[in-house]
Design a protein around this ligand. Structure first.
Ligand SMILES: C[S@@+](CC[C@H](N)C(=O)[O-])C[C@H]1O[C@@H](n2cnc3c(N)ncnc32)[C@H](O)[C@@H]1O
Length: 242
C-alpha cells in the first residue's frame, strides 16, 4: 500500500501539539499544574486554532515558518501577567495572535511587535526561491491575526536594528521578550542587550531557532548567571532573569 505523504503543515501541527508545560512552569516559576492548566486553556480553544490555520490555508500556504509553541507563549503570558510584551519578528503573526489572545484574557498588558517583512517574489509561492516567511502578495505583517485582537496592538514595521532601541526607550519595562527575527549571533545579541536594561528581575527572555544563533542565548543567559531552558530540549529557549 502506498504510504501517505505527510505534509509539512501536518508535521508543524504535530510539533505544536506536543506541548511542554514543564518548560512553562520553570520559566514562570509556577506549579506544573498551573502551567498545564494555562497551556490547556489555549489548546482547548479549537475554533481559534482553526481560524489561524484557515487564514494560512486561504493564503495558499501549505507551510509557513511560524513559532511551534503558540500554546506555551499563551500560557506564559497568562501566568506572568506582563505589562509589556515585546517581540521582534512577526511574519504572518502566529506568535502575535497568541500573545494578544492571552493579554486580552488577562485584561491587562500590551504587545509591541516589530517586523521587517520579507516578501514573496512572484504571484505564487516558489519553495526554491521564496523564504518560508515571505508575505503573500497583498498581505502585510501580522495578516493572520484575527481582527478582534488588533485593537491596542503596537505593531511597528522596519528593521529591529532601528526600531527596537526607540521602542524600548519608550517603555518603563519589558517583562517578556521574544527574539524571532534575523537569526544570527550578532543580531540576537543586539536584541538581547537592547531589551535587557528594561527587563526587571523575573522578566523572561525567549529566542526561537537558537540552533542558528551560534550560542547567543546560552552566552547571554550565562552573563546573567543562569542557564537557558529549552522547550522539549529543542531550539526554542529562554530564561527567567534572576
Ligand atoms: C520566523 S518569522 C517570525 C514568525 C512569527 N514570530 C510567528 O510566530 O509567526 C521572522 C520574521 O522576522 C522578519 N525579520 C527579518 N529580519 C528582521 C529584522 N532585522 N528586524 C525585524 N524583523 C526582521 C522576517 O522578515 C520575518 O517576517
Amino acid at each position: 500500500m502506498p504510504r501517505r505523504r505527510t505534509s509539512k503543515s501536518a508535521t508543524a501541527r504535530r510539533d505544536q501539539d506536543l506541548v511542554d508545560p514543564e518548560w512553562v512552569a520553570k520559566l514562570s516559576d509556577r506549579s506544573l499544574e498551573e502551567a498545564r492548566g494555562a497551556v490547556e486553556e489555549a489548546q482547548k480553544d479549537t475554533p481559534f486554532v482553526r481560524t489561524i490555520d484557515l487564514a494560512h490555508q486561504q493564503a495558499g500556504r501549505d507551510f509557513y515558518a511560524q513559532i511551534r509553541a503558540p500554546f506555551e507563549l499563551y500560557a506564559l503570558v497568562r501566568l506572568l501577567r506582563p505589562k509589556h510584551v515585546v517581540e521582534a519578528g512577526v511574519s504572518s503573526g502566529v506568535s502575535s495572535a497568541y500573545f494578544l489572545k492571552a493579554l486580552n484574557q488577562n485584561h491587562f498588558g500590551t504587545l509591541h511587535s516589530i517586523d521587517l517583512p520579507t516578501r514573496q517574489k512572484g504571484a505564487t509561492f516558489r519553495e526554491k526561491e521564496d523564504s518560508p516567511v515571505a508575505l503573500p502578495p497583498g498581505k502585510s505583517s501580522g495578516w493572520a491575526v484575527p481582527p478582534h485582537l488588533r485593537a491596542g496592538w503596537d505593531l511597528r514595521i522596519g528593521p529591529s536594528q532601528e526600531l527596537l532601541p526607540s521602542l524600548v526607550s519608550e517603555l518603563d519595562q519589558v517583562d517578556l521578550f521574544l527574539h524571532d527575527s534575523l537569526h544570527t549571533f550578532e543580531h540576537a545579541t543586539f536584541e538581547f542587550t537592547t531589551v535587557d536594561p528594561k527587563m526587571p528581575s523575573h522578566g523572561v527572555l525567549l529566542a526561537d531557532n537558537t540552533a542558528w544563533l551560534g550560542g547567543a542565548l546560552d552566552r547571554f543567559a550565562a552573563s546573567k548567571g543562569v542557564r537557558a531552558l529549552y522547550r522539549r530540549g529543542m531550539d526554542l529557549g529562554g530564561f527567567r532573569k534572576p
